[in-house]
Design a protein around this ligand. Structure first.
Ligand code: BGC
Length: 381
């Protein structure tokens, strides 16, 4: 039995566009491939979903607030939507789930994108205004704020390769977008503390474990660039960890070698539980508490999920024993959901969604094991 520290947060994570349904934002207008439609209709079914999280003995939940709902027109805030998220937060608290609120999880109001998105020179200020509104509304209810989700994944897709909205390309755009995101985070950090000094504020970094030669060349640029820029502007580090890349990973990408099937998720990610340990040890130098705010896999058959979770927790536990201050673990995701440009195929949920039958929620067998882990504050190995 490996025990986790007292007061450890156990939860799951979601993001608004991936689960809520009925959102009119820059992704929705980008064409069929980017349209999440009704998603899981979590917008109307959040209470039922939070009951499921509570049944898994969770004591926390990460979700995001959709900027496009709150501020559908520039400077025009929708009071009805502000009320909606208040109900969401209260529903969490009533169930003993500590809210971890993400302010930006990759989707934007249409007016903001029409102004050039993150490339607009005033973009960080627009974000700050939205953040101010939100924090003034919910400051008495929320302690943990996450400004940005994975700028190091979002920006290359949206501003270098141009594969996600707003489909910009080129290294110049990438550099500008990254700098603007740094500025947006800093402004938001200061604003949140001004309004609510006791808040804990951070952003989420997606750190990949690079092995061998790749570590030397890519690790800093990918894992640490943003972290370094905002190191004086964070109360905690949010970590999303999914997979590893080795030179073999690249050879595999080029179809030059085959990777054994059991090592991969349904999305082809290379499973590497040990990597979370190395990534955590690497983050220790920033001397901040760390919350693992996403870790999970696409696994429709639910055949690998239990081992995946237990193995990652085992390596996390080792990092904790060696002095890394990890304070929470959030599985991605509570529900099957809209996996960005991959659509509804990948199944990340501890709870399956039956898209053919009224979006019925069906807890997968792995959710029972996760409930045991959370309830015991320990893994049984
Ligand atoms: C993102 C999630 C996404 C998950 C699985 C993370 O990088 O934050 O939105 O669904 O990866 O691909």
């Amino acid at each position: 039995m490996l025990k986790f520290p007292d007061k450890f947060y156990w939860g799951t994570a979601t993001s608004a566009y991936q689960v809520e349904g009925g959102i009119n934002n820059d992704w929705f207008v980008a064409g069929k491939k980017y349209d999440a439609g009704l998603a899981c209709d979590h917008y109307h079914r959040f209470e039922e979903d939070f009951d499921l999280a509570k049944n898994m003995n969770n004591n926390a939940h990460r979700f995001s607030i959709e900027w496009a709902r709150i501020e559908p027109g520039e400077g025009k805030f929708d009071e009805k939507e502000i009320e909606h998220y208040k109900k969401v937060i209260l529903a969490l608290k009533q169930r003993g789930l500590e809210p971890f609120v993400t302010l930006y999880h990759w989707t934007l109001p249409i007016w903001f994108t029409e102004k050039g998105g993150w490339l607009n020179k005033d973009a960080p200020k627009y974000f700050e205004r939205f953040v101010e509104k939100i924090v003034l509304e919910y400051r008495d209810l929320v302690k943990f704020w996450i400004t940005l989700n994975e700028p190091n994944i979002y920006a290359p897709h949206s501003y270098l390769q141009g594969s996600w909205p707003p489909f910009k390309r080129g290294f110049g755009n990438l550099g500008n977008a990254m700098r603007q995101l740094v500025e947006a985070h800093k402004l938001a950090f200061d604003k949140i503390h001004k309004i609510s000094p006791e808040s804990h504020v951070g952003f989420v970094t997606d750190n990949i474990w690079y092995k061998g030669i790749l570590k030397v060349f890519i690790d800093y640029k990918w894992n640490h660039w943003f972290l370094d820029k905002v190191k004086d502007y964070q109360d905690f580090i949010g970590l999303n960890y999914y997979f590893t890349h080795s030179i073999f990973g690249f050879l595999k990408l080029l179809h030059l070698i085959k990777v054994k099937k059991e090592n991969k998720t349904d999305m082809g990610f290379l499973i590497c539980p040990e990597g979370i340990y190395h990534v955590l040890k690497d983050l220790k130098k920033y001397n901040k508490p760390i919350y693992i705010l996403e870790n999970g896999l696409a696994d429709a058959k639910d055949g690998k999920r239990v081992k995946f979770i237990i193995d990652h927790l085992k390596w996390t536990h080792k990092a904790i024993e060696e002095g890394v201050d990890v304070r929470g673990y959030f599985y991605w995701s509570l529900l099957d959901n809209f996996e960005w440009d991959k659509g509804f195929g990948p199944r990340f949920g501890l709870i399956a969604i039956d898209y053919e039958d009224n979006l019925r929620r069906i807890p997968r067998p792995s959710s029972r094991i996760y409930a045991e882990i959370c309830g015991n504050n320990a893994i049984n190995i």
